[in-house]
Design a protein around this ligand. Structure first.
Ligand code: AMP
Ligand code: ZN
Length: 437
């Protein structure tokens, strides 16, 4: 196979040189961190007062972990390392309305980030001849603008189509000869369903590749999308705390995601003991950003469960590969690519006084997409046989949830005392989606 490298010298850099580069960048990043209110006190408590206190890569382990909770506590400016006037953009984790974890970028941060995304895209075989339709949400979510900039950096023709509206997506594909798309895996499965409905035949479109990420999916799902659409599907991993897409990506071998180790330091820890796992074992991924000056984030507990492949990749890249993410070490749900904590739903429904005491969150597959149903009991002042106030309440719950979690749920109302009550710890979430990862 003819492999394509965006930065061959960096992508195939010998490990010892790559590690020296990481050390140099880590020191710089600790220097930025010491300009933020949050890390100034956090690092001082760990005996780190200047970048020179980091002498080897092992010193990374002296730095305490950073959690999503810390990011929220630091909102809005606690993690900012540069003057506000030097910030050119901000992004936030999907589905986080009301619980912001905001990341700021300088102009150079954006350039570096686009460079990593370009490296991922180019490494799958794309060139400036390609037409790239970015079928993912633009906005605070990083997937839209992140891939957009990476695609332009490669020189492809980028169509910022955004998510949804499948029929318009087909129109664009046919009008401009789209060769590559970016979407969630569930949306790609849904595209195939809709193509049949719309009478669009495979030979009407020129699609060759897709980048699929933002949510976990299995090897079977990848093969299924590849078979249905006759394309190559590449797994794309990222998170807003680490810029967004461009953290780890599959090369043409499609056997694991290379983490760009000149931009990030990846560790795998046991989520209970917080100690590193043995090489190749599964654990929680911890990431340190090495390519951002505006918002340094050190040893971030991603909560994503994965492990390293131990053998080298045939493509010749020296950056280690992660296995598919198999799940999370917390209760975060990913619904059609949007991150939601059950506590966010609870907060909204329990704030509505007509809602009773018990509720249940159901997540299921509805066709290729995910569907969220929120079942709540109603308080004693609501009569189940009077449909007008009942429908009004249902609509109010739905609209309030949609406004706060950016997902349109189905709402079901139940009589007080009728939803199942478990004997031990309350079971509030029923996730019936097949877990074939
Ligand atoms: P966000 O910060 O909104 O971009 O969400 C990031 C989270 O989405 C990650 O921490 C993962 O849980 C999930 N995610 C992103 N890409 C993938 C992927 N390729 N496979 C599995 N989960 C993913
Ligand atoms: Zn490779």
């Amino acid at each position: 196979m003819d492999f394509q490298y965006w930065h061959p010298a960096v992508e195939k850099m010998p490990r010892d040189r790559l590690e020296s580069l990481q050390l140099e960048k880590l020191k710089a990043e600790v220097g930025y961190a010491l300009k933020t209110p949050f890390y100034t006190s956090r690092l001082a408590a760990a005996g780190i007062h200047s970048a020179d206190d980091i002498k080897t890569l092992d010193d990374l382990r002296r730095i305490p972990f950073t959690t999503k909770h810390d990011l929220r506590e630091g909102f809005p400016w606690g993690f900012l390392a540069i003057p506000r006037a030097e910030v050119v953009r901000l992004h936030a984790s999907s589905g986080t309305t009301g619980m912001p974890t905001t990341i700021y970028f300088s102009r150079d941060d954006i350039k570096r980030w686009s460079g990593f995304v370009a490296r991922c895209i180019y490494g799958t075989g794309c060139t400036k001849e390609d037409v790239f339709q970015n079928m993912i949400t633009y906005g605070l979510f990083t997937g839209g603008l992140g891939f957009h900039a990476g695609g332009e950096e490669v020189g492809m023709l980028v169509i910022p189509s955004g998510a949804g509206n499948t029929f318009r997506q087909f129109r664009l594909m046919q009008d401009f000869g789209t060769t590559v798309v970016h979407a969630t895996p569930s949306f790609l499965l849904h595209v195939e369903d809709r193509m049949r409905e719309a009478g669009v035949k495979r030979e009407h479109i020129s699609l060759k590749r897709a980048f699929a990420g933002a949510e976990p999916y299995s090897e079977d799902t990848r093969r299924r999308i590849e078979g249905l659409l006759h394309i190559d599907v590449y797994n794309s991993y990222g998170l807003s705390e680490m810029n967004g897409p461009g953290v780890a990506f599959e090369c043409q071998c499609k056997n694991g995601l290379h983490v760009w180790e000149d931009g990030y330091i990846a560790e795998i820890i046991d989520p209970d003991t917080l100690e590193p796992v043995a090489d190749g074992e599964t654990g929680e991924l911890v990431l340190t950003v090495l390519c951002r000056e505006a918002t340094p984030i050190l040893r971030y507990r991603t909560r994503d469960l994965t492990g390293f492949y131990t053998e080298a990749c045939p493509c010749g890249r020296t950056h280690r590969r992660l296995r598919r993410i198999t799940g999370r070490s917390d209760d975060m749900l990913i619904i059609n690519g949007v991150n939601i904590f059950p506590s966010q739903i609870e907060e909204v429904i329990m704030g509505i006084k007509e809602v009773g005491n018990n509720y249940l969150i159901v997540v299921e597959k509805y066709g290729a997409l995910d569907r969220l149903t929120v079942k709540t009991e109603v308080g004693p002042e609501i009569f189940m046989d009077d449909s007008r106030p009942l429908n009004a309440l249902k609509e109010r719950i739905r609209a309030t949830l949609q406004a706060s979690i950016s997902i349109n749920p189905k709402v079901e109302l139940h009589e007080g005392g009728s939803l199942p009550v478990s004997e031990g710890k309350a079971v509030r979430v029923q996730d019936t989606r097949p877990r074939d990862v």
